[in-house]
Design a protein around this ligand. Structure first.
Ligand SMILES: [Zn+2]
Length: 220
């Protein structure tokens, strides 16, 4: 069953105050409809009953896919390596085979869901993304703010990322060979296989990859 909480919201258009039931925890078995709504981002829209205005309303959400053994805990604007909820932490700490991640953006949540559904290794994807984004920053002369893996296909021999570049955070699609992921995967298997054994919700993002790559270069 979906777990709900009440929240009072004020419509930015007409000022109407409403009490809204927000869903804070779902699992794909009892709530299979949630996945599609997260992917098209309609899950976080709230519609004002008075004027009909749709407003984005971001709130924490724990997404569990126990069949495929992963949980993604979305907390808006998460800070690095923070463990957010001790109760949640202890409640799920015995699920040692379940990959547990905490993410700070909806894009990151979508990325983790797609990667775990395809049984991909998100640590290797983060390392690949960092390597590709560094090349991209050099070749374009622009800052790469963020990036997400949108496709990882062994059969097609490619990995595709959407990056956000420059002051305007311009969207930039970049595709490269699957080998980039394979190389990262071998680094993960050699140096970071213990990471997966850690209990609790891990924040596997660009900061993690930067630190992991720095340490890996130290081993060389
Ligand atoms: Zn309204």
């Amino acid at each position: 069953m979906a777990e709900k909480a009440e929240k009072i919201v004020t419509c930015p258009k007409c000022g109407e105050r409403s009490t809204v039931n927000i869903i804070v925890s779902v699992n794909t078995k009892s709530d299979p409809w949630v996945r599609k709504k997260i992917m098209d981002e309609s899950f976080f829209l709230w519609k004002c009953k008075k004027c009909g205005r749709n407003t984005k309303m971001l709130h924490p959400l724990l997404y569990s896919d126990i069949e495929r053994q992963f949980m993604v805990y979305y907390i808006p604007k998460v800070s690095r390596s923070q463990i957010f909820d001790d109760n949640l932490e202890s409640e799920f700490s015995d699920l040692s085979d379940v990959r547990k991640r905490v993410v700070g953006s909806i894009n990151a949540m979508k990325e983790k869901i797609v990667l775990f559904e395809n049984e991909s290794n998100d640590l290797a994807v983060e390392l690949s993304k960092l390597a590709v984004s560094e090349v991209l920053a050099k070749s374009t002369g622009q800052t790469v703010y963020d990036g997400y893996c949108t496709e990882l296909s062994k059969a097609q021999n490619r990995i595709t990322f959407q990056f956000f570049l420059g002051a305007n955070h311009r969207s930039y699609i970049h595709t490269t060979r699957y080998d980039v992921y394979n190389r990262s995967l071998s680094i993960v298997k050699e140096f970071y296989k213990d990471v997966e054994k850690k209990k609790g919700f891990l924040n596997i993002d660009r900061n993690w990859a930067t630190e992991a790559l720095r340490r890996y270069k130290g081993y060389q």
